[in-house]
Design a protein around this ligand. Structure first.
Ligand SMILES: [Zn+2]
Length: 383
């Protein structure tokens, strides 16, 4: 997962020192916690065996810097019969026998490659699982997706189209570049796209794709459930090609922090689900799922705002279940938000954002802090 580049300037805290209060007020943030899990205020303790793993292939994929990973993937996919097309910002390979695109991104938010890692055996929901973490940040977002694709190629004869993108985390750069090459037109005949780049265990995320038949079909095939998301590479790919897409959970948690964890068994579950969708796509009777853009009435946009606020339209629609929108103010009024969060080196930081409404402020915070996990938000207030 990632973010769209923000074009709206953040309000500098210094310019607001003369107004309001900077005292942190404890708000009732039950809706926030429902959405994001409890705040994590304690330093993370890495648990398990140090640098010992039952999944050496996964660790190998986690260790590569982006550039080396791209070179590695070229060699790997050649082994499986593909002819890699190496482009600026992406690595692409045409479908060989399965009319679906599999995509994942090669960058991670972490500054250093994985050196040490911990593998912790425990129980979750009545089954034994392995949880992998690293003091450098394990980078399951999105090395899980990369590993899953390689695993499918290694274990099956399925040969869908492949797209590995660079720099998703800083605004879908690689997928944008791909869509400017013309290669994306080759994807227009595929039945749907699968991105493997979603946190958690059983989410399906469709972004601005409102093809309900596709949502229902994916839910029925996998038993997973639709959830919301802000932006990912398929947010570029589907509008550019007119083909529906889904982002599937990969079993990583606490993305964008050094506390990131991968639950290997949950990642493996999603490998099986992905294989199921790929196999179903080979059935001749299954037709192309066409991208249907969410109606603009469900998008979040003021006249003078950039289109990209629309990326949050679906999110806001989904937030409505837990958030009181009656506080919405008129466009002329400005809402200030103070927000306190933990930085990646576990220091408390406070920032200030102005917006038209409270939800607009939250949206901007999301866009401007790709490295901050929701769990890192300690408190926020409006004035
Ligand atoms: Zn990601």
């Amino acid at each position: 997962m990632g973010k769209k580049k923000n074009k709206k300037a953040k309000v500098n805290a210094a310019s607001y020192t003369g107004i309001g209060t900077t005292t942190v007020v404890n708000t009732n943030n039950a809706w926030w916690e429902n959405l994001n899990g409890p705040s994590i205020k304690q330093p993370y303790i890495y648990k398990g065996d140090l640098n010992k793993t039952d999944f050496p292939e996964f660790i190998k994929v986690c260790r590569f810097p982006q550039k080396n990973l791209k070179q590695y993937l070229v060699r790997e996919i050649e082994k499986y019969g593909y002819t890699p097309i190496v482009g600026d910002g992406f690595l692409y390979a045409r479908s060989e026998n399965c009319p679906v695109l599999l995509t994942a991104h090669m960058d991670t938010v972490h500054k250093k490659p994985v050196k040490d890692f911990y593998e912790f055996k425990t129980e979750k929901n009545g089954r034994n699982v392995h949880i992998i973490s690293s003091p450098e940040g394990i980078g399951g977002d999105d090395r899980c997706g990369i590993y899953m694709i390689l695993h499918i190629l290694r274990e099956t004869d399925l040969r869908p189209a492949l797209l590995f993108c660079e720099d998703e985390e800083i605004g879908g750069i690689g997928s944008n570049k791909f869509c400017s090459t013309g290669y994306h037109e080759e994807l227009c005949d595929l039945k749907f796209f699968i991105e493997l780049d979603r946190a958690n265990a059983n989410d399906l995320v469709f972004y601005d794709d409102d093809n309900v038949d596709f949502h229902t079909w994916c839910e029925d095939q996998t038993g997973y459930r639709e959830n919301f998301g802000s932006f990912s590479d398929i947010s570029n790919l589907s509008p550019a090609t007119g083909v529906s897409s889904v982002n599937i959970s990969c079993g990583y948690y606490n993305a964008h922090t050094l506390r990131e964890e991968v639950i290997v068994e949950e990642m493996m579950d999603s490998i099986l689900m992905t294989e199921k969708l790929l196999t179903a796509a080979q059935d001749e009777s299954l037709e192309v799922f066409e991208y249907v853009e969410v109606p603009s009435s469900l998008k979040w946009a003021w006249d003078d705002y950039d289109d990209y606020y629309g990326y949050y339209g679906k999110d806001y629609k989904d937030y409505r279940g837990t958030y009181d929108y009656s506080q919405k103010k008129s466009p002329e009024e400005v809402v200030m938000m103070g927000i306190v969060f933990l930085t990646r080196d576990l220091k408390e930081e406070e920032t200030f954002i102005s917006g038209v409404t409270e939800e607009d402020c939250i949206g901007q915070f999301i866009l401007e802090h790709p490295d901050i996990c929701w769990n890192d938000v300690l408190d926020y207030y409006f004035y």
